[in-house]
Design a protein around this ligand. Structure first.
Ligand code: NAP
Length: 257
């Protein structure tokens, strides 16, 4: 593959294991020559993330629970020390209580509502604020991950649908703020893919089956396909695109049923 991102650097938040969409993004970016910083949450995931990161030459691995502002500060201080600058941020983080990803949405607790928004939405803005000084003037690109449950009612997706709507609105506001500074902000709306987080949504397998039966391409998408769209959004071929949500969902979003 042509190394179109040689000499560029990026940070990937949200690798839990080899099924993670963040890992699909990391592989596409690393294969194109980008040097990467990976973050992990807690000691439980450190070993797995370090093992995956070792496949990407020159990468570094740092702890970051996005509910801990001092950990986010430390990530960007370390990136400044090790890389000196930053071209790409991939934000692939979400969390909601398992009991709130089933049944009626109106049962959502205030605590669960706030937690989902803190981890899945506010974290993008918190990260962007720290990343910006390292990205300005480098035609940087920020990419986050969303889902069609933001604009349509998907059974059991509940609080995460509300959070994704706020995340997509954040992308638009951040794109307007950062555009004059030469940094683009976009979202990828991925179709359902079996990952650790996805397994928390009740009846997730029914969603997978429904897409395979009804999407124009009559199949589900892969983390590699999401990763390649991330590569497009991080690289020069998307230089005219910001504030947008791109669907990587085998065309499912155009269907009426
Ligand atoms: P995943 O592999 O489980 O990744 C989710 C990541 O978020 C994990 O690394 C998780 O770490 C991390 N995270 C949770 N709480 C965090 C915190 N406080 N601080 C930092 N990181 C935290 O699942 P995924 O499906 O790839 O999800 C990645 C993104 O894609 C999410 O935004 C998700 O909503 C989005 N997405 C997924 C699908 C799908 O079908 N899989 C479809 C569309 C969009 P822990 O494991 O430690 O919690």
């Amino acid at each position: 593959m042509e190394k179109i991102l040689a000499g560029k650097t990026g940070v990937i938040l949200g690798v839990a294991n080899k099924r993670s969409l963040a890992w699909g993004c990391a592989r596409s970016l690393a294969n194109a020559g980008m040097r990467l910083a990976f973050t992990f949450v807690g000691e439980r995931l450190e070993k797995a993330v370090r093992a995956l990161a070792s496949e990407c030459s020159g990468s570094i691995v740092l702890p970051c629970d996005v509910t801990q502002p001092e950990q986010i500060d430390a990530v960007f201080e370390e990136i400044k020390t090790q890389f000196g600058f930053l071209d790409t941020v991939v934000h692939a983080i979400a969390f909601a209580k398992r009991e709130e990803l089933q049944g009626d949405f109106y049962h959502t607790s205030k605590e669960g509502y706030m937690l989902a928004h803190e981890v899945s939405v506010y974290s993008l803005t918190a990260v962007v604020r720290r990343a910006l000084p390292l990205m300005e003037g480098r035609e940087g690109s920020i990419v986050t991950l969303t889902y069609i449950g933001s604009e349509r009612v998907v059974p059991n997706y509940n609080i995460m649908g509300i959070a994704k709507a706020a995340l997509e609105a954040s992308v638009r506001y951040l794109a307007a703020d950062l555009g004059p500074r030469g940094v683009r902000v976009n979202a990828i709306s991925a179709g359902p893919i079996r990952t650790l987080s996805a397994s928390g949504v009740k009846d997730f397998n029914l969603m997978i089956d429904h897409i395979a039966a009804t999407a124009p391409l009559r199949r589900n998408v892969t983390a590699e396909e999401v990763g390649d769209t991330c590569l497009f959004l991080a690289g020069p071929h998307s230089r005219g695109i910001t504030g947008t949500t791109i669907f990587v969902d085998a065309g499912f979003h155009i269907m009426g049923t």
